[in-house]
Write a protein that binds this ligand. Structure first.
Ligand code: IFM
Length: 453
């Protein structure tokens, strides 16, 4: 059981769990939903581990009452989920789908009835296919499409929802989806990547402005994937290589929002972004978010490599370094969380940070109806301690959300890596709370009851 130090308790600290629409909802064509790029991509042979897809996923579309009652039973006060753009606007723009909005109405209302605060992410990677056909993130018109979508959703929910996040991990959906082609929509190359990056960064700020204009009491954030990046040696070439990777993984999307522009000095290949800039864009990239969501899972150790185009750097894999890893092959290294928090704070003096995701995939086994996932419990405990250590040292950290509530569809990795606090049997859809789920519930209760004293 985690113990906190005296004086550690912050009554406003937000403990939560995070999920995303595509990874959990299923029902990809039910009640008028349009298809998303992920619906299409994951149903193409050879794209996903074992040809899994999320056509049914956790069936959250029908089973959300059960999942919310698990959240309530665990006493977790905050629930982060995303809206599937093509469920509410099947063509991406134009006529809204009443049944899609009804679903999220039921979800939000059930959260509120159970005293669970809903946190909405507007975009967690599931672009409507109809917009992809028109160029998707590579087409600057996405600014207008995104505006229409955000206005619809914010106007619809602003009477009930205060907590908003614009994008989830833009580095991942642009990098994996538009440069490497391993995520939807499977595009590759610098041209696709650089245009997607610039348009996503514009939408990130524009989304913030729209929420602010329509909903004066909203608490507005956006989320970034980030990892501690360290050079493999003190050799200058490795140090420089690590700086380039840091610019790509940790600086690319936050710095323009803060008014610093793209980190081109640190990573010269980003100069390609300038081709997409129009007059006034530098200003439009900025937005003063109320909080920054950081999502940190691991660290990267980097060495110089002449053969990697643009970045001239290569990761030394955790397997090669013989360090402990999760099922994703990511190093387990809790200090990464501490350093990310202190580095981001030192570098940018952010006014408020929330860890909007952290968690781990380990192999679980069900024995006599129980899952004793000690490794996940240790991972979460050490990372939460790293967070609280940074907070004690003055980092304005005001929340922590576990990724994720239930085992779910882990993108190109399918259902193999399980991150959930709750096990899902994907044949029967039966849920079992894991040991780590109960452990997290106890930790949250302990913290909340102490902070109310
Ligand atoms: O499952 C993902 C999530 O969608 C975004 N952040 C990282 C998680 C684990 O890979």
């Amino acid at each position: 059981m985690t113990e906190f130090s005296a004086g550690e308790y912050d009554p406003d600290f937000k403990w939560g769990v995070s999920t995303a629409a595509y990874q959990t909802e299923g029902s990809i064509q039910e009640d008028g939903k349009g298809l998303s790029i992920w619906d299409e991509f994951s149903n193409r042979p050879g794209k996903i581990y074992n040809n899994h897809n999320a056509n049914q996923a956790c069936d959250f579309y029908h089973r959300y009452p059960e999942d919310l009652s698990i959240i309530q039973q665990l006493g977790i006060p905050n629930f982060r989920f995303s809206i599937a753009w093509s469920r509410v606007l099947p063509q991406g723009v134009g006529a809204p789908n009443r049944a899609g909005l009804d679903f999220y109405d039921r979800l939000v209302d059930s959260c509120l009835e159970q005293n669970i605060e809903p946190w909405i992410t507007l975009y967690h990677w599931d672009l409507p296919v109809a917009l992809h056909r028109r160029g998707g993130w590579t087409n600057r018109d996405i600014l207008n499409w995104f505006t229409e979508y955000v206005e619809l959703v914010v106007n619809h929910f602003k009477d009930r929802v205060t907590q908003w996040m614009v994008l989830n991990e833009p580095m991942v959906f642009t990098g994996a989806g538009y440069f490497l082609g391993i995520h939807a929509p499977g595009k590759r190359g610098m041209k696709n990547f650089s245009s997607a990056v610039h348009h996503a960064t514009l939408c990130q700020a524009e989304g913030g402005r729209i929420i602010r204009d329509l909903h004066s009491s909203a608490h507005i954030g956006t989320t970034f994937s980030c990892s501690l990046v360290e050079p493999a040696s003190a050799n200058e070439r490795d140090v420089r290589a690590a700086q380039r990777v840091d610019a790509l993984l940790n600086r690319l999307f936050i710095e323009p929002a803060l008014g610093r522009g793209y980190p081109i000095n640190q990573l010269p290949a980003l100069a390609r972004l300038e081709k997409h800039m129009r007059p006034g864009d530098e200003q439009r990239l900025k937005f003063d978010f109320d909080f920054i969501g950081l999502q940190c899972y691991t660290r990267e150790v980097i060495r110089y490599s002449w053969s990697m185009p643009y970045i001239f750097a290569r990761q030394i894999s955790p397997q090669k370094r013989a360090v402990p890893t999760t099922l994703m092959g990511w190093e387990v290294y809790a200090d990464s969380m501490y350093h990310i928090l202190t580095n981001f704070y030192r570098r940018y003096r952010l006014k408020k940070i929330i860890i909007t995701e952290n968690g781990a995939a380990f192999a679980d086994s069900v024995k006599e109806g129980k899952i004793d996932d000690y490794e996940r419990e240790r991972y979460l405990s050490s990372h939460i301690h790293a967070c609280l250590r940074a907070k004690r040292e003055g980092v304005p950290l005001s929340g922590y959300f576990v990724w994720t509530l239930t085992d779910n569809f882990e993108w190109a990795e399918g259902y193999r890596p399980t991150f959930g606090l709750v096990h899902v049997n994907f044949q029967t859809q039966e849920r079992i709370i894991k040991r780590s789920g109960q452990w997290y519930a106890n930790l949250v209760q302990q913290y909340l009851s102490q902070s109310q004293k």
